[in-house]
Design a protein around this ligand. Structure first.
Ligand code: DP6
Length: 328
């Protein structure tokens, strides 16, 4: 009745931005990401505890944070088809302080895989991805390593909306992602609220959906060929388009800071000088730089020269895995 899982976060190369179903977390478009190592989250789940308790990163979870965890475990109970009793959950991440990288994708992926294992359900990446998705959309792409594609699906019940691995972490071991923390502040508008407002008010949103859906197979082809330059260009284009559709929302949503723009400007200059480095940007000010192993030191130096207060160098990460040592 107890299981522990370690999962890595992921960074989208083609972003997910906007839900067609808020409750089930179903997206309007497909997305594609790379799982990132070495950073990870470890989660232990035990059913049959005295009472439901949820401890996240050293603190007792409260409010909507706690509810999201318990709702996911309710879905595990439904899958198990039996009364598993209350659950105890402890989760810890090794993310650097306020790294700006959301730990929720890794957290919900670890919770989904550990929850199923603790309930005695067999390993099943599809079922785990669907469960993880119900915690946080992007989490469905952290159940497996390497390059994962979240297929939007068509069904109203979401059973065809999950991530599949297109290439494992070993396919492009030379690829590097360098997270540049230029701003440690909490973002004003969380992704969940920002995407909702964009869907509801941005006149550009339908164009975003059409474009992002078409970029996924193109990105897949470029990853197959390991074409860094063309993939870098695609990533930047997709990030700009996600931010453009948000800027056009009412009220406008701007996640970029002056430090973000300064770094992007410098990155372009470096690229003209022959440094192969591109960026992507989630719903926040901290760019993630895409480069290869030979240039990760240069990418870090570039980020620091532009005022990055912290830099995290990442490599392609592997699957969420069961561990034999538990957190309690
Ligand atoms: C910009 O997965 O955090 O990082 O489904 O509401 O929990 P919810 O949102 P979340 O949003 C991620 C948005 C993004 C793009 C991406 O990761 O694809």
């Amino acid at each position: 009745m107890k299981a522990t899982v370690r999962a890595h976060p992921n960074i989208a190369l083609v972003k997910y931005w906007g839900k067609r179903d808020e409750a089930l977390i179903l997206p309007h478009q497909s997305s594609l990401s790379l799982t990132l190592a070495p950073i990870h989250v470890t989660t232990t789940v035990e059913f049959g505890a005295q009472a439901d308790t949820v401890e996240l990163h050293g603190h007792a979870a409260k409010g909507s944070e706690r509810d999201r965890v318990l709702r996911l475990l309710d879905a595990v109970r439904v899958q198990a088809g039996r009364d598993l009793g209350p659950a105890k959950v402890v989760s810890r991440g090794d993310f650097p302080m306020a790294a700006g990288l959301a730990s929720s994708a890794a957290g919900f992926a670890a919770l989904a895989v550990a929850g199923r294992a603790a309930a005695g359900l067999p390993e099943d990446t599809r079922a785990s991805s669907i469960l993880a998705r119900r915690g946080s959309g992007s989490a469905c792409r952290s159940v497996q390593g390497g390059f994962c594609e979240w297929q939007r699906g068509e069904r109203a019940d979401g059973e065809d909306s999950y991530a599949v691995q297109r290439f494992d972490a070993g396919h492009w071991a030379d690829l590097r992602m360098v997270v540049a923390i230029v701003d440690r502040g909490e973002k004003e508008v969380k992704s969940r609220d920002g995407m909702k407002s964009t869907v509801e008010t941005s006149p550009y949103y339908p164009a975003w959906v059409k474009d992002a859906e078409a970029e996924v197979p193109r990105a897949r082809e470029l990853i197959a060929k390991k074409d860094l330059e063309a993939l870098g260009e695609l990533c930047e284009r997709n990030a700009w388009r996600m931010h453009s559709t948000s800027l056009a929302a009412d009220p406008p949503l701007c996640y970029l800071s002056s430090a973000t723009l300064g770094l992007i400007q410098h990155l372009r200059e470096q690229r003209k000088k022959g440094v192969p480095v591109w960026f992507t940007l989630d719903a926040g000010p901290n760019p993630v730089l895409l480069t290869d192993a030979a240039h990760e030191v240069a990418a870090e130096a570039l980020a620091r020269a532009c005022g990055a207060v912290e830099v995290v160098r990442c490599v392609p990460g592997g699957d969420a895995t069961l561990l034999s040592e538990h957190l309690f």
